[in-house]
Ligand binder design. Structure first.
Ligand code: ADP
Length: 398
């Protein structure tokens, strides 16, 4: 059964066609600059040649029309007709408290997603446009919404409430929601498989370290805490986001710099994190690691602050779960940086962790990077959010 996975941004659209029965990737691609001059579609059938087509796309419906045309193309396509696409799985960023799991998309579901637009004004409207476009072009194909926030809905109150007047939770649902849920769920379940243990018996910490980064605590198969909050700005120091800080800094900087709150928030989202800490050098960890190795002071302070924050979250989630069986690293940096994994683990001697440096140097597969004597396991698990979305979709429509 072929599932089309769609991840719609405001001007971009990523897609994958996955055979959910064999879990094989059939084709993938990306539409960029939708509604902007110079739009293009990149289409890559598995085992075939990657094709880039610069062509106008005035909106997301145009983009999806091109995706479907590429998938069914006589020469380079991978299916004969749209009938061979059994369902569409949509990544939806914010499900608020309305969704604790994936769901088949109906008119009521669309309305409930719209209700969450305030919570993710940049993302949810784009996700909804993707749903509308697919509905127009494939009206009879079932669609499923898979939420970034859903996995975290099991958090207990003490983990999701902020220490602010309760009426703000009551009135506006201001609370911790968390993101990257599909990845945290996929990686923690995969960890149980690698360890050959029951998912429900384990205490797992997942460090999703990409450009956006978050940590989650998963106890007995349920998320009990996560580092991102009402928005993805909270938690770790990220590529360009500040992560945790004293909220009073915002007013302080407004006064000092003569800027308004939105301007400062823009800086906290786009000019902070490792980009800001390194004095504007780079948000890419590869550049920062190179500079670190050359002994550049700005790179040393940045990498140290980044790794320290990750280690601090691992410590607090170990406390929250009263122990930890396995710590997992995933996403761009978590999967590819032996340096970051080693530096974080150097803080974790109290957990009896001893790294296996040979395995820590490997990449591209599920790995246990600790020695046999290590009291806590440390795993590298490549994330696969698209496959997780295809699995969820398949489970609901098969
Ligand atoms: P996102 O999906 O949030 O955009 P990714 O999961 O793709 O992010 O991760 C991107 C980050 O991973 C970048 O900062 C990049 O520098 C880092 N990264 C990728 N490969 C490596 C590598 N070999 N060494 C260090 N960092 C890497």
């Amino acid at each position: 059964m072929n599932i089309l996975v769609i991840n719609c941004g405001s001007s971009s659209l990523k897609f994958q066609l996955i055979d959910a029965t064999t879990e094989k990737l059939i084709a993938k691609g990306l539409c960029e600059r939708i509604g902007i001059e110079g739009s293009q579609i990149v289409y890559a059938p598995t085992g075939g040649e990657k094709n880039v087509n610069v062509t106008p796309m005035k909106d997301h419906t145009d983009a999806i029309r091109l995706v479907l045309a590429a998938l069914t193309d006589e020469k380079t396509g991978v299916v004969k007709s749209l009938d061979e696409i059994s369902a569409v799985g949509h990544r939806i960023v914010h499900g608020g408290e309305n969704f604790a799991s994936s769901t088949v998309i109906t008119d009521e579901v669309i309305k409930a997603i719209e209700e969450c637009n305030d919570l993710a004004p940049l993302h949810n409207p784009a996700n909804l446009i993707g749903i509308a476009a697919c509905k127009e072009l494939m009206p009879t194909t079932p669609m499923v919404a898979v939420f970034d926030t859903a996995f975290h809905q099991t958090m207990p109150q003490e983990a999701y409430l902020y220490g602010i007047p309760y009426e703000y939770y009551d009135k506006y649902k201001v609370r911790r929601y968390g993101f990257h849920g599909t990845s945290h769920s996929y990686v923690s379940q995969q960890a149980a498989k690698v360890l050959d243990k029951n998912y429900e018996d384990l205490k797992i910490i997942v460090c999703h370290l990409g450009n956006g980064a978050s940590v989650s605590a998963v106890k007995n198969g349920k998320c009990v805490d996560t580092s991102m909050g009402l928005t993805p700005l909270e938690g770790l120091i990220m590529g360009t986001r500040s992560g945790d800080m004293d909220p009073a800094i915002i007013e302080f900087l407004c006064n000092k710099e003569g800027k308004n709150v939105s301007e400062i928030l823009g800086e906290l989202n786009k000019k902070s994190g490792v980009l800001g800490l390194s004095g504007g050098f780079s948000s890419d960890f590869r550049d920062l690691e190179d500079a670190y190795e050359k002994g550049e002071e700005f790179a040393i302070r940045t990498m140290k602050a980044f790794c320290y924050r990750v280690a601090k979250y691992i410590g607090s989630y170990t406390a929250a779960m009263n122990g930890v069986d396995a710590i997992c690293f995933t996403a761009g940096l978590g999967e590819n940086s032996p340096f970051v994994r080693r530096t974080v683990c150097e803080y974790l001697g109290y957990l009896g962790i001893t790294l296996d440096e040979e395995n820590n140097a490997k990449r591209g597969e599920d790995l246990d990077i600790t020695t046999a004597e290590s009291k806590t396991r440390v795993l590298v698990i490549p994330t696969n959010e698209e496959l997780a979305i295809a699995r969820e979709t398949y489970a609901l429509v098969k």
